[in-house]
Ligand binder design. Structure first.
Ligand SMILES: [Zn+2]
Length: 262
């Protein structure tokens, strides 16, 4: 359940645009849909951000993909700030923007491992069930060793827990970052950079919520020394804690099936 976080640049796919003439224009009529850098070039005004003009959406429906990396699965948050128009408010430039937060869940079939869909799985038998019980019994943190047997369903549950966890905290995280931007007085030529910084701020805040204080980049949270350091990440502690009763129930069900528990 390796956590991988990837950067997406602000509007990097927009083609370069020629500078617009530096004169007063009807902002809404003339610049809607143009890149922010062009809009600000046309408007030599100081800027402030009204936080209410920056909308946000946190999409709780993760995109699920197969992956070939290490581990069992991952959940990655993506943050993108879309500057889409400006308007003139009280002699200043007011950017309108939209913040999108979305998630990708990656799941793989780990090589050489046997999926135990339930305690009644046909892959279990009197000779291998003890190994399955051992593999699927969670430790105090909720981490099951899964040396040979694992559960795809519980892996999926774990990764989608991360999504829900991010979503529940994300509303506040995103809004606080937007509100902080609203307290600044920003030169027009700096506005594009400020919106890019907003994107990085939100991504860093989300990663820190997952990985712990001061860990704001993928590299800071990717390589933990051992399993206990990994499961100690706040986000992993929450996710493994969520799955712990499920793993225990699965292990108990296998024991009951083969060890005369019923
Ligand atoms: Zn996880």
């Amino acid at each position: 359940m390796q956590q991988r976080v990837q950067a997406r640049p602000v509007a990097s796919n927009e083609p370069p645009e020629a500078a617009a003439p530096a004169r007063a224009v009807d902002v809404k009529a003339g610049l809607v849909g143009k890149p922010f850098a062009q809009q600000e070039a046309a408007l030599a005004l100081n800027s402030t951000v009204d936080p209410s003009k920056i909308t946000k959406n946190i999409n709780p429906s993760a995109k699920e993909v197969a992956h070939g990396g290490s581990g069992y699965g991952y959940c990655v948050p993506f943050v993108k700030v879309h500057p889409f128009e400006t308007e003139k408010v009280g002699g200043k430039v007011q950017p309108n923007a939209h913040v999108d937060v979305s998630f990708q869940v990656g799941l793989k079939v780990p090589e050489g491992k046997v999926d135990v869909a339930s305690a009644q799985s046909t892959g279990l038998n009197p000779k291998n069930y003890a190994q399955a019980v051992s593999d699927l019994t969670p430790d105090g943190a909720g981490y099951a060793p899964r040396t040979r047997f694992y559960s795809q369903a519980l892996t999926r549950r774990h990764e989608y827990f991360h999504v829900s966890d991010y979503v529940s905290a994300g509303e506040g995280i995103v809004q606080r970052a937007i509100d902080a931007l609203g307290k600044k007085d920003i030169a027009p030529e700096a506005m594009y950079g400020e919106l890019k910084a907003l994107q990085e701020q939100i991504r860093g805040d989300l990663i820190e919520y997952y990985a712990g204080a001061g860990r704001r980049t993928a590299s800071e949270c990717r390589e933990d020394a051992d399993v206990s350091a990994y499961t100690a990440r706040p986000g992993e502690a929450r996710a493994f804690g969520d799955g712990r009763p499920e793993y225990q129930a699965l292990a108990d069900g296998i024991t009951a099936r083969f060890a005369g528990g019923r």
